[in-house]
Design a protein around this ligand. Structure first.
Ligand code: PMP
Length: 426
């Protein structure tokens, strides 16, 4: 193991992150299970990329069949991408009926920002202050805490608004957040920059998936639209039925965005991503730039993505996400009555977790404690992580076929670990 850590450092450079104090060396996956190099089995409660399950046979077969028939760059005619985009856009509001396919979510967000500039003739971008939208020169600078030290950056063209936090900031109908966005729009206008787009994850997933009633984002979307800017929903994490109640999280939020970007779960691990938008936005972008992506939407990627959509539908995994999420919340709420350090419990379908605090009154985040719990869970064969503005919220975001029996194992183990672990400050 140490040898691998050292080789990784030597060959890939320093600062390439791994999970856990004692990193896991995974060699095999199946459904919601992972195996390490010693043959130890882990329950995967974390990974959203193998959306329809690790090594899903239908996806594997689709990739294999297409790879042995044809794989090329994307400048030939091929019905695969067209059939897929038809099927994909059918899951959206009818106004959103065109797509660009890419290989990563970062590329999709990069294009979305450029589309917004093209459509509005303005350059001002608004993003939330604890999010992540990718790694290109342009979008990496949307992150506040993790922006690169070098690169052109968005400089004066970027405004951050405070991310929502339903546990600490009361905003039941989303009007407080909308007012913050409006203030940022006004600021961009006053600076002579103008407002091009607001980009948000509609579940604010990296920021801690706050509890929000349906339609919470509507006042914000109205403000953005009134000001003539675009609403970009980054559904790289929140999309493809994860929230259970809807196929796309923006639908839960009661809005029709101008652009929706997607990635991670789209090809179940095969690198496929993209965006969906209106025809007028697409036309303006295509006219301004002859965009070409060598691999984006190639026949094999599209076959993988198509199999994911079929699997979601045939196995009714959206309904499963809603059902398991509800049960998970009940189990976590039960634990919250036993453990004072559980300050809040949140759930949005197949993403759920508990926020750990040192004191329920002050809500001081128990960050070190969250780390201890995650590492102990790993020792017991359960893979999960943490997230949120304060990095003290359990991030439980399993593959979509996660069932009742897996939930039971997760919650029973978590209960045991919480019972035996003293709360540590930090
Ligand atoms: N947007 C969000 C919300 C993400 O979580 C990520 C990846 N963590 C990205 C965009 C970037 O996607 P990719 O790594 O495929 O470029």
């Amino acid at each position: 193991m140490n040898d691998l850590v050292q080789r990784r450092r030597d060959l890939l450079g320093p600062n390439v992150s791994t999970f856990y104090k004692d990193p896991v060396h995974i060699v095999k996956g199946e459904g919601v299970w992972l195996w390490d190099n010693d043959g130890r089995k882990y329950l995967d409660c974390y990974n959203n990329v193998p959306h329809v399950g690790h090594c899903n046979p239908r996806v594997v077969e689709a990739i294999y069949e297409q790879a042995k028939t044809l794989n090329t760059h994307t400048r030939y005619l091929h019905e695969g991408i067209l059939n897929y985009v038809e099927k994909l856009t059918a899951t959206f509001d009818e106004a959103l009926d065109t797509a660009i396919m890419t290989c990563t979510g970062s590329e999709a967000n990069d294009i979305a920002l450029r589309m917004a500039e093209g459509m509005t003739g303005k350059r001002g971008i608004i993003a939330t202050d604890a999010t992540y939208h990718g790694n290109t020169t342009l979008v990496s600078h949307l992150s506040k805490s993790n922006a690169p030290e070098v690169g052109f950056g968005l400089g004066e063209y970027l405004r951050h608004v405070e991310a929502p936090d339903s546990y600490r900031i009361a905003d039941p109908d989303g009007t407080r957040f909308a007012a913050k966005v409006q203030a940022a729009i006004d600021d961009l206008e006053a600076a002579g920059i103008g407002f091009a787009a607001l980009i948000v994850c509609p579940l604010f997933l990296n920021e801690g998936f706050p509890d929000q009633k349906e339609g919470w984002l509507k006042p914000t979307a109205d403000a953005a639209r009134k000001a003539g800017g675009l609403l970009i929903c980054d559904e790289v994490q929140s999309g493809f039925a994860r929230c259970g109640s809807h196929f796309w999280a923006h639908q839960k939020q009661g809005v029709v965005p101008d652009i929706v970007t997607m990635g991670k779960p789209m090809g179940n691990g095969h690198p496929v991503a993209g965006l969906v938008t209106r025809a007028d936005i697409m036309e303006s972008f295509r006219k301004s730039f002859r965009y070409f992506n060598t691999f984006g939407g190639n026949p094999v990627s599209v076959a993988a993505a198509n199999a994911v959509l079929d699997e979601l539908k045939d196995k009714d995994l959206q309904a499963n996400a809603a059902k398991v999420g509800k049960l998970a919340k009940e189990r976590l709420l039960e634990m919250a009555t036993k453990y004072d350090f559980i300050g809040d419990v949140r759930e949005s379908g197949m993403v759920f977790g508990a926020e750990f605090v040192l004191d329920k009154e002050t809500k001081e985040p128990a960050v070190a404690f969250a780390d201890v719990i995650i590492n102990k869970m790993r020792e017991r064969g359960i893979i999960l992580s943490k997230l949120g503005r304060h990095k003290n919220t359990l991030k439980i975001r399993p593959p979509m076929p996660f069932g009742d029996e897996h939930l039971d194992l997760l919650m029973t183990t978590l209960d045991e670990v919480l019972a035996e672990t003293p709360v540590t400050a930090g």
